[in-house]
Design a protein around this ligand. Sequence first.
Ligand SMILES: Nc1nc2c(c(=O)[nH]1)N[C@H]1C(S)=C(S)[C@@H](COP(=O)(O)OP(=O)(O)OC[C@H]3O[C@@H](n4cnc5c(N)ncnc54)[C@H](O)[C@@H]3O)O[C@H]1N2
Ligand code: MOO
Length: 402
Amino acid sequence: MAWTPYKETVARLEKSFTCKARVEVVGLMEARGRILARDSIAQENQPAFPTSEMDGYAIRYVDQEKGALTLTHRVPAGTEISLHVGECECIKTFTGSLLSEGADTIIPIENVEVEGDKVRIVTAVKEGFAVRPVGEGYRAGDVMVTKGTRIGFAEIGVLAGLGCVQVPVVVRPRVAVLATGSEIVDLGEALPTPAHIRSSNHVTIAAMAQHAGAEAVLLGIAGDDKALIKQRIVEGLACADIVVTTGGVSVGDYDFVKDIIGDLAVETIIEGADIKPGRHIRVVKVGEKYIVALPGFPYSSAVVFGLYGLRLVDAMLGRDYARRFCTATLEEEYAKRSKFTEFTACDVREKEGKLFATLEGKKLGSSAILNNLLGGATVLCIPKETTLLKKGENVEVLRLEM
Ligand SMILES: Nc1nc2c(c(=O)[nH]1)N[C@H]1C(S)=C(S)[C@@H](COP(=O)(O)OP(=O)(O)OC[C@H]3O[C@@H](n4cnc5c(N)ncnc54)[C@H](O)[C@@H]3O)O[C@H]1N2
Ligand code: MOO
């Protein structure tokens, strides 16, 4: 079988993607972790008026050297005032109070001595001290949170400050996951015989999809039952944007998935790739929906979902998949083990502002070793033509968990 070059498989997948991100409006507290669908623009300056940032006295800076000032009023925070500070006058002002007209400086209470209505400045301050100027935080018209941002706690706070009670976010794509294979059992089930193993793929893929911002639906385990696999895939297509299967895509007698999705496909996008792991990857389209058939080996299925499935999830969310790549310095020599484009588990560490990739602690072996992805789920991307990566060389790494 001729394996399609990796770059070409990516290009085919990107070209196949035609649907636009859908938008829904959610309450601000439901928006955390969601993707902002429209730029959020400040309608006013923040602060809108000069505001005191300390408890003290609002004065005219030029009066500081003129002896005791006369206290005329008090302005607690939250008081809307249009009081005026005249020559040699001051107004008691609190943290968060608006600055009275005429004043330009706050003298903190620690810097004065007060006797009756006389306020004597003991320690002078610089002009404008403790006054937050108009627009200190942002100005009307500033784009505060850009479309495509994943909303975290800082965004929640900034959006609240802008007065957003509801937020337009991108509808989460839905990813339905089906595990196949008669040797695997579901979570919580006992292993009937020593030939059985616990399924990890369905939950790994579901968790990867959720982490990327999608909703995950578990379609269970379908054994190697051709009719049941087909039925579950069809059910998945009815409720999800992407149906992911694991197992049954290679050349064994019980590898039915590729035939089933071949029958269901309206358009075949990827039919094998020159990658290690995952050369048996299949991606087809049924209308606007995708079926992504991953190999059964746990490391393979996670990495290959990272290469193709996460690209689809990111595209459906309007996010740039390229953010997942970065360049790091390789800490030890690595001889590539296959003739394919290889995705080898590594760890990335930051030292003095530079990124370093290391293979230390990663096991050499088959595509079964999911534990190689522990600690950040990062892979070294090694081009097909490369045979040896030298220590100290700059390498491309792909972060699947971000
Ligand atoms: N003669 C050949 N044999 C194999 C080839 C080949 O080209 N010719 N390709 C190998 C490669 S590469 C891969 S990858 C696997 C892919 O096989 P399948 O996708 O058909 O996967 P299975 O055979 O169903 O399973 C492979 C392996 O993974 C375990 N597995 C399956 N599902 C799960 C799960 N949900 N959770 C945990 N582990 C799972 C399964 O028990 C097998 O050990 O084919 C090679 N063979
Ligand atoms: O290509 Mo397989 O996916 O080696 O593990």
